[in-house]
Design a protein around this ligand. Structure first.
Ligand code: PMV
Length: 358
């Protein structure tokens, strides 16, 4: 597939109005995407678990209009939200070539998250993928050509990527690969569902998100990715990501949890190491992030557990563990880790199967 294949060539202009609604999940990268080229093309391949419960629910209602401009309003959790508009305006500008009907309609975009507002959880992946899916759904109702499910998902992911890179990994589950690579089917243009035979150890894998810092991100991902331009370790990092992806693909099939833990924690710490060694440099972990990591290591050694952690570009900790350890690990979280969470807040999630039409 090339970008050209995603251009809607002709559509029915008689459709006056309509409404579509989608729920789209967040995802957590195991091999991290950090660094991009022009046009939201990743510098290295990544793979993520799709989450089950952390979702954005978006309804798009559209009605025919005249004039050669984008016209839309955004409602977040029932209230009109002006702050989200510039991001969506930019998104519309980037995708107009592929969805040429955007200026023919007024769009009312109503959106809400299942996870608490300002929890420090990035909602761009779930948010952008939910809008992309709604637009694809509208495209279906206008299009003169029937497309199959694969094309629908690929184009939804392609559009989501243009909104926020990692959003392209939120369309399907349980795992999605994004970026050209030698180990698994993948594309720089959209996320591809991991099609290997996933070992049962990873079914319903658990993710407890410990909210260490619920504030606004210290470094936006736009700024973050730019830190990889001229980064002294960029070349090594990008090649490490290819190697880690190759190793992880084998592990997902073999079920080797020890190797899984090593790769995932290595990726999380490398992401933060890149931020600490860039210019300008940042430390995005907080003292409590380190306390939690040390407690996880202690617990793992003492209990022969397969618990591990991963991090996004922030202080919150994603605690990953097999379903078989669910009871014991939640006991451990409640007794030893909650104290390090802001207001004792954490979110219980697990691996899910992707977005759903509502
Ligand atoms: O999709 P963006 O541009 O917000 O970048 C996300 C980058 C990380 O979350 C740090 C890693 C990843 O692969 O999701």
């Amino acid at each position: 597939m090339t970008a050209q294949d995603f251009i809607l060539k002709s559509y029915n202009s008689n459709v006056e109005n309509g409404s579509v609604k989608w729920a789209s999940p967040s995802n957590i990268a195991l091999v991290k995407y950090w660094g991009k080229k022009e046009g939201q093309i990743p510098e290295n391949p990544s793979i993520s678990f799709t989450l089950s419960d952390c979702k954005t629910i978006t309804q798009v209602t559209f009605s025919k209009k005249t004039g050669n401009n984008f016209s839309f309003d955004v409602y977040f959790e029932g209230e009109k939200n002006e702050a989200f508009k510039p991001k969506i305006q930019t998104f519309f500008e980037r995708i107009e070539t592929y969805v040429p009907f955007l200026k023919d309609y007024y769009f009312k975009i109503e959106t809400s998250n299942t996870f608490p507002h300002s929890s420090g959880i990035a909602s761009s992946a779930s948010g952008m993928s939910a809008i992309a899916l709604c637009l694809m759904d509208i495209e279906q109702s206008l299009s003169k050509v029937e497309v199959d499910n694969d094309y629908f998902n690929q184009k939804a992911s392609f559009l989501a990527r243009l909104g926020s890179g990692s959003a392209c990994r939120s369309i399907e589950g349980e795992l999605v690969v994004w970026g050209n690579n030698e180990s698994a089917e993948g594309s720089d243009l959209y996320g591809v569902k991991f099609d290997g035979e996933l070992h049962p150890n990873f079914h319903e894998y658990q993710d407890a998100i410990l909210l260490v810092d619920k504030g606004v991100k210290q470094v936006s991902s736009t700024v973050g990715h730019k830190l990889m331009f001229d980064h002294p370790f960029a070349k090594e990092r990008f090649s490490q990501a290819h190697n880690n992806l190759a190793k992880l693909i084998d592990v997902l099939i073999s079920g080797d949890l020890k190797a899984f833990v090593e790769i995932v924690e290595n990726e999380a710490l490398t992401l933060h190491a890149m931020m600490m060694t860039s210019m300008p440099y940042f430390i995005l972990m907080k003292p409590n992030t380190l306390e939690i990591i040390n407690k996880i290591w202690e617990y793992r050694a003492k209990n022969m557990s397969n618990i591990c952690f991963t991090l996004d570009a922030g202080a919150n900790v994603h605690v990953l563990f097999p379903k078989a350890e669910k009871e014991q690990v939640y006991e451990f979280i409640k007794s030893e880790l909650v104290a390090y969470c802001q207001n004792g807040h954490y979110i219980c999630d697990s691996v899910g199967n992707g977005a759903k039409r509502l």
